[in-house]
Design a protein around this ligand. Structure first.
Ligand SMILES: *Cc1c(COP(=O)(O)O)cnc(C)c1O
Length: 360
């Protein structure tokens, strides 16, 4: 076995313990004489597992009553487009707060269905901060306010939930969900592509308030209509059954780790270790304002981009994988989601110090 420490931004590392469990029951799941991928999603065994996964997620995030949990498909990107179709009435506009590339994409995909108002944007400073709340131009008549609580590419994270008054708040939590406690009650809708902190790509988890779902217009095709998905318990059509199962395994693993409070303590320690290494080096650099630095995605640059190739090759040879930064930022990016153990970040920091010593 030669599994390395995988710092990929997504699809990202999964807990090894979970992968081993899946491997052990891949050929025959739960006495079904077949794999979980080969049984009906409407059968008793699968629906019981699916309901348990939902309950485990509800427990982990303390989802209040009055919210539906949906297991959908299409990736977060499809829902960039689908959310305005469901929640904006004709003539309404929607407010988008841009703190990075994913928020930009969400606004672009929304534009054919709703008038998009960019209520705030940190584009002018190259997405290195969260724009001050008092500078946002929110409108009380907006259909909703959309934020990206963690921007995966720039490594910019909200460390609190902004007050947006009575307007429903929508959050794309793809790269931060389950990394720390989350006050679901502050949101009308949360959604996440699974491939960062939950499971395999292609699965989307959505948490949506009942009264918000009442807005979904009947004129939409059923497959696009979230209220229909909720009414059919996410089984309007064949769900991503393997993804749902794997997500359920990850939720059980998280419970065994002590839940999101325990994950938050670990994730904070991992992030502090890595940012400390960068700041103390005087050699590596992270451009994000310290108050907005992400616990999940840590971009950093070397003083000379000509050293990047050597850094990546030597890191890879040392078992530290997928550290190449996003093309929009350059340099490196270490994604340190829930499944990355502290030992992985310690190994990275040791390598970084050694590399700086040899090349600085
Ligand atoms: C990865 C990511 C997405 C895109 O997810 P897809 O499944 O590729 O559509 C959207 N938003 C954020 C914040 C992400 O990190």
């Amino acid at each position: 076995m030669s599994r390395g420490y995988n710092f990929s931004a997504g699809p990202a590392a999964l807990p090894e313990e979970v992968l081993a469990e899946v491997q052990a029951e891949l050929l025959e799941w739960n006495g079904a004489r077949a794999s979980v991928m080969e049984v009906s999603h409407r059968g008793k065994a699968f629906t019981a597992m699916a309901e348990e996964a939902e309950q485990d997620l509800r427990d982990l995030l303390s989802v209040p009553t009055g919210y539906r949990v949906l297991f959908l498909q299409g990736g977060a990107t499809q829902h960039f487009a689908q959310i305005p179709m469901n929640f904006a009435r004709p003539g309404q506009h929607a407010d988008y707060v841009l703190t990075g590339d994913w928020g930009e994409k969400a606004a672009k995909e929304a534009a054919p269905s709703v008038d998009v108002n960019i209520a705030a944007s940190a584009a002018a400073s190259n997405y290195d901060r969260i724009p001050a709340r008092e500078d946002w131009t929110l409108d009380r008549s907006a259909a909703y306010v959309h934020i990206t609580p963690n921007e995966t590419i720039r490594g910019v994270e909200f460390h609190g939930i902004p007050d947006v008054g009575e307007v429903p708040l929508v959050g794309d939590v793809s790269s931060t969900i389950l990394s720390r406690p989350l006050d679901v009650s502050r949101y009308a809708l949360l959604y996440a592509g699974a491939q960062k902190n939950i499971g395999p790509s292609g699965l989307v988890v959505m948490i949506v308030r009942d009264d918000f779902l009442e807005r979904c217009p009947a004129r939409l095709p059923r497959i696009m209509n979230y209220a229909e998905h909720a009414a059919q318990r996410s089984m309007l059509n064949t769900p991503n059954s393997f993804g749902w199962y794997l997500a359920g395994r990850v939720f059980k693993w998280l419970k065994r780790q002590g839940g999101v409070e325990a994950m938050a303590a670990r994730n904070r320690a991992k992030a502090e270790l890595l940012y400390g290494c960068i700041d103390d080096s005087g050699w590596y650099r992270n451009p994000v304002e310290p108050t907005a630095r992400s616990w999940m995605n840590v971009p950093f640059t070397l003083p000379d981009a000509d050293l990047d190739a050597a850094f990546l090759a030597e890191a890879d040879a040392a078992g530290l994988m997928a550290l190449k930064g996003h093309r929009a930022v350059g340099g490196m990016r270490a994604s340190i989601y829930n499944a990355m153990p502290l030992a992985g970040v310690e190994a990275l920091v040791d390598f970084m110090r050694d590399f700086a010593r040899r090349n600085g």
